[in-house]
Design a protein around this ligand. Sequence first.
Ligand code: SF4
Length: 683
Amino acid sequence: MEIKYVSTTCPYCGTGCGFNLVVRDGKVFDVAHWQRAPVNGGKLCPKGRYAHEFINSPDRLTKPLIKKDGKFVEATWDEAYDLIAEKFRSYKPDEIACLSSARTSNEENYLMQKFARVALKTPHVDHCARLCHASTVAGLAAVFGSGAMTNSIKDIADSKCVFVLGSNTFEQHPLIARSIIRARESGAKVIVADPRNTPTAKQADLYMPFVSGTDVAILNGLMQEIIKNGWEDREFIAQRTKDFEKLKEVVMKDIYSLENVSKTSGIPVESLRTAAEWIAQADVAALIYSMGITQHTVGVDNVKSTANLMMLTGNLGKPGSGVNPLRGQNNVQGACDMGALPNVYSGYQKVTDEATRKKMMEMWGVDDIAEGRIGYTVTEMVNLLADKPGELKAMYVMGENPMLSDPDLHHVEEGLRNLEFLVVQDIFMTETAELADVVLPAACYAEKDGTQTNTERRVQRWKKAQDPPGEAKSDWQIICELGSRLGYEKQFAFESPEAVFEEVAAVTPSYHGISYARLDPDGLHWPCPTEEHPGTPILHREKFAMPDGLGVFSPIEWKPPAEVPDAEYPYVLTTGRTLWQWHTGTMTRRSWSLEKEAPIGWIEINSEDAKELGIKDDEVVRASTRRGSVEIPARVTPEIIRGVMFIPFHYKEHPANRLTHNALDPIAKIPEFKACAVKVEKI
Ligand code: SF4
């Protein structure tokens, strides 16, 4: 019996913890702590601890499947490749769209966008960052010149005040929560604002429950209080920023007085006053946010407002400070960095810049690629499919499950059923794959080499621990084979993920100095422009990444969500996750140690609201919005603010996204998962 330990990176959240996969006779059978792991020092949350359990599930896809007469039939790879190549050749570039995946490696995301742009010549490539942090990329890039977390995870421990807004860090990024605990042990104040009294809120020195969708009002109110008291950092504002007067004009309005913000948000005036004082008076303060901020029709406004607050108090460019968006999927940062977005190539180089487009054609050795215009986002693709059938005809989906993850599922299903040809590449038969014409079996994270980039911009290695099951192949191999069959042998002639990464480093300025040899064991934070560069854990130390080096204050007015409660739908519905499950559950629901802890969905209802509705704990109720209804067990609790209901979105049996609204942020095109109008009835 041979046992070996393979150090790699967790496939779940954006924290990017490292662990050892334990392999016996060529098969992974356990996870062991890797004390040397750079982000987590050997500690793991339950999802990481049990990240081996789904790998050898009997449900894994092992052969290509082609749908014939409505039923999947096993096929050879040649049959599947030939059919896909023939179909893709039959469509015009504008009729095909590709979805890349934050669950796959940097190399695979890079190849997917290259495949879309070079082999299919379509500008329509995007991935699930559209559903979680598109507002971060757009919002922070507009004010700082870089749309990423400004500081490192370790840094948070040096903060003297940590403001957590719209992030349940203790459940969703548990190993980042350790940095918050360390800060607190060193005397930092912790403020948490959230509609639910989450495990994160329970750790706070000050907890501010608020009504979903009032973030900008809260942030403007805090800024007004800081300015009124003269607590702003005048030196930082004068030397490092511009447009402060424009910001002041808005935030000093009477509607943003603490009294009025209290009425809008439900947070007591005293709590708002204390929060403003703690943030402004701390030697150094960090702001942490997640999807509570981003998943709104005002997601970009929310993100810019967080940046306003931290610039106002001089909390950027130093340890323990910063605007720190916590990315959801393990490689959502990397998928964005690799250009799996409709508006940029890798390294956020704009597709609309003709000089950049020419440079990419030269580097890729082709004389034509997708037009230099911005393609459709995920959300636009789905809307187009449902509302204008025939405009998009074919889709290639790698490692995404829009049939459970996207808003307004009836609309999503209607759209996907309108496709003439759908290819889904995944490790399990998902709700989306069931609608496909061809399903391709893919290798999981433990079965291939590669890199991923965590939420703090740290690029780290994945290492192969076992062979994929049956005939499953790595996503990078499948894309390369398809690229070759479409006539681009040279452009997709890669022998290994490392060879792909060498091309990534060559075409991506922020990755120029990164190589596999430099990534063991600590990884490197981008930007890392040269082979000698040590990486950049803290952004914006001397100046912002703007042409004039200045951060830009944005005057933002508060706007309510697209759909607000009324007589028919009198409550606000918000959605999120639980510690034990991951997104659409494809991996965690096949991990028995996790599934047994949270096997069914629920709707959280405030105890007083439940009393008025005559609903008891555990009773199955009907939750309805203008999009549909779900029958779901009630969890009656005082731990959620009155007037707001919460459903986790993991469960196909109780699909929260049958209820959610696909109203979009006008810039980021992110849907408003965090607030829509709902009614709840006894059945
Ligand atoms: Fe994995 Fe995130 Fe848990 Fe770390 S905190 S073990 S990366 S799920």
